[in-house]
Design a protein around this ligand. Structure first.
Ligand code: BYC
Length: 332
């Protein structure tokens, strides 16, 4: 069915699987959820830690480009909405770090890997938000792409991840609508405001398309992740769905998608579009995007600045434990 997918390293045919692996695959095929204490292949655990960890990192790094605009939001209402959205992203990070912890990895370890550049976060957050229209474009296109990817993940095979995604998706759909609402105001505003909306769309269109990951022929993990139902769709399938959903929304705003090859295809019943510049994508995920240094620097600084607080919490917890132990001892 997915002939275009490259075979992921380590993907096994049924003949190559151990009896435990066969039983595990049969559970997945029946649509059962896998829960934390149950047996799972080491590759399944590692893939989940990588994906959920990267996803959690994306949420907290994703706060940075929008957080910059809270103090500069044009009205009190816009400020309150943006503040709520940015707080939601912190919550998403926390659910996801908790889901990853159920796989036996510590949050400190995941954060250490992020800070040392050994774990990724979404490419999209390495692009700058230059003006208020960018906040509209981020909500509309970036959160729009995020939901397109995350709705199927509600059915992912790992129980804690799938349950976290249900709540996250509810909040993401509000995020997407707040972005579109900003774009509606800008696109219906003065010629200068409409030009800002178009400029933001021009800069965020291709980076948003890149969020779905490399094209299927270059996606090293898809085949195995789909066999395990960690991923439900291929990267290209979701990218196409996103384009099909977004083109009419852009037309409604009176904005032009920055792609000369964008064309309705009667045969496929979908929009044909240009691929992003994949060399740019690979440069960004290798650490060489416009804002990689700034984003990682901000996260490392937040971690270091919070050390006194973490130390305080631990000292308080130790004292409370000692008090409880002493009270128990006295009562015996
Ligand atoms: N950015 O084999 P592939 C959000 C990496 S939105 C960076 O296709 P996979 C938010 C990939 O990790 C975003 N790296 O991988 C929204 C792999 O490298 P490694 C978060 C990327 O995992 C608004 C290599 O490329 N959403 O949170 O099967 C506000 C080959 O790729 C990207 C999620 O994380 C990328 N865009 O598929 C705030 C959703 N794409 O790991 C926050 C969950 C690919 O071997 N994740 N790579 O070194 C997924 O669904 C999948 O992991 C992906 C990639 C579709 C992203």
């Amino acid at each position: 069915m997915y002939a275009q997918l490259v075979k992921s390293e380590g993907t096994k045919s049924r003949e190559e699987m151990s009896p435990e692996e066969i039983a595990f695959q049969e559970r997945i095929d029946r649509g059962e959820k896998i829960e934390p204490k149950e047996w799972m292949p080491e590759g399944y655990r590692k893939t989940l830690i990588r994906q959920i960890g990267q996803h959690a990192h994306s949420e907290i790094v994703g706060q940075l480009p929008e957080g910059n605009w809270i103090t500069r939001a044009p009205t009190l209402e816009r400020k309150a909405i943006l503040l709520a959205k940015v707080q939601d992203e912190a919550g998403h990070g926390l659910y996801l770090y908790s889901a990853a912890e159920t796989l036996g990895v510590s949050r400190d370890d995941l954060l250490d890997k992020l800070h040392s550049g050994n774990m990724k976060y979404s490419s999209i957050f390495n692009y700058p938000t230059l003006n208020w229209a960018d906040i509209g474009a981020v909500g509309w296109l970036v959160d729009g792409a995020a939901i397109m990817n995350q709705v199927p993940l509600q059915r992912t095979s790992y129980g804690p991840y799938s349950r976290a995604m249900i709540r996250i998706c509810k909040e993401e759909s509000f995020h997407q609508r707040q972005g579109y609402d900003i774009m509606m105001k800008m696109a219906a505003g003065t010629p200068e405001q409409k030009a800002m909306a178009q400029d933001a769309m021009n800069r965020f269109w291709y980076p948003a398309l890149m969020m779905f990951g490399p094209s299927d022929k270059d996606s090293v993990h898809s085949a195995q992740s789909m066999q395990w139902k960690i991923k439900i769709n291929t990267n290209d399938e979701l990218r196409q769905k996103f384009v099909d959903q977004t083109v009419p929304q852009a037309h409604y705003l009176g904005l032009t998608i920055p792609d000369e090859n964008l064309k309705w295809n009667e045969e496929t019943g979908a929009w044909d579009f240009s691929e992003p510049d994949w060399s740019e994508f690979f440069a960004v995920i290798a650490g060489n995007g416009p804002c990689n240094e700034e984003r990682l620097g901000a996260r490392v600084k937040a971690w270091e600045d919070g050390e006194w607080f973490r130390d305080g919490l631990m000292a308080h917890a130790k004292k409370a434990d000692a008090r409880r132990a002493a009270a128990k001892h006295a009562a015996e």
